[in-house]
Design a protein around this ligand. Structure first.
Ligand code: NAD
Length: 288
């Protein structure tokens, strides 16, 4: 039994890339899962997508038929925020915008019980800033999953200035019970992974801009000699150039625009051209 008991409801807000993945993880851990999106159609479609992915696990022999049938009965979309009232844990995965996220959490406080945990999947915003103004900021924290959430084990459990250590511990144990590898960290810009990864991307882009080598060569060097599963160009095409650039800008701003984190002009041009990576059919590389 996890710290958030299996029978309890997990609400996932934002039915996009991350919300769908997180919903699948919580569902297969045995929870009742409610998915909410400000565009209700997206939440309904996400239920179909997650159900389809669970079916594929059965087809691949990775999940029992009975488990998949049981999971299907525990997943539903919510048409309104009030449909999340029974949640013991809420994980937010909406647009990376501090104002929009704060507005959502302020509204949620009036919906869920005071002992429900409120978590954000933000990649780069300050957990402390997101919690400011809440009536009960002690139960607010970051649960930063990585993409694709069902496959990648790491979850950063981020404590902000006001996070109650007992709340962080409950969240840590819950995620551990889901088979993930949680890591506790404090609310510093970019947390652990997204901060350390900034120079990795930036230096690769700089080598390219200085005509040191082309993207395919740099990727190959890092994969084959560096031991990385993906090179920085491939990886940012998977993440989305817009998403990756937004995280860089956020970390850069948080460090008072330290030159160490200056965004890349070559990446800026890609974003301006709409070459966002796999999702738009073209990024550093073309995708059929
Ligand atoms: P996405 O664009 O795929 O999905 C976001 C969803 O949120 C959309 O369906 C949108 O309709 C919905 N939404 C927007 N505003 C809303 C609101 N006010 N209330 C309810 N729903 C709302 O985004 P994503 O890539 O899944 O990212 C979501 C969050 O996860 C962001 O904070 C992002 O930084 C973080 N994150 C992303 C990745 C990644 O690789 N994409 C990895 C880790 C963390």
């Amino acid at each position: 039994m996890t710290a958030i008991e299996r029978a309890r409801t997990v609400a996932v807000i934002g039915a996009g890339t991350m919300g769908q993945g997180i919903a699948q993880v919580a569902l297969l851990a045995g929870h009742r899962v409610r998915l909410y999106d400000s565009v209700p159609e997206r939440a309904r479609e996400a239920v179909q997508t997650v159900t389809g992915r669970v079916e594929r696990l059965v087809a691949k022999g990775r999940l029992d038929r009975a488990e998949a049938d049981d999971a299907a009965t525990r997943l539903e979309s919510a048409e309104t925020l009030t449909g999340l009232a029974s949640a013991a844990l809420v994980i937010e995965a909406i647009v990376e915008d501090v104002t929009v996220k704060r507005k959502l959490f302020a509204a949620l406080e009036g919906v869920v019980s005071p002992d429900a945990l409120l978590a954000t999947n933000t990649s780069s915003l300050s957990v402390t800033e997101l919690a400011a103004g809440l009536a009960h900021p002690g139960r607010f924290l970051g649960l930063h999953f990585f993409n694709p959430a069902p496959l990648l084990p790491l979850v950063e459990v981020v404590s902000g200035h006001a996070t109650d250590p007992a709340a962080a511990e409950r969240a840590y144990r819950t995620v551990l019970g889901w088979g993930k590898t949680p890591v506790r960290c404090a609310d510093t810009p970019g947390f652990i992974v997204n901060r350390i990864a900034r120079p990795f991307y930036a230096e690769a882009f700089a080598v390219y801009e200085e005509q040191g080598a082309d993207p395919a060569t740099i990727d190959a060097v890092l994969r084959e000699s560096g031991g990385f599963k993906m090179g920085p160009f491939q990886l940012t095409d998977l993440i989305g150039q817009d998403v990756n650039e937004a995280v860089t800008r956020s970390v850069w701003d948080s460090f008072f625009r330290s030159p160490k984190f200056t965004p890349s002009l070559a990446q800026r041009r890609l974003v301006q051209a709409g070459r966002l990576g796999r999702k738009s059919g073209h990024g550093w590389f073309p995708y059929a």
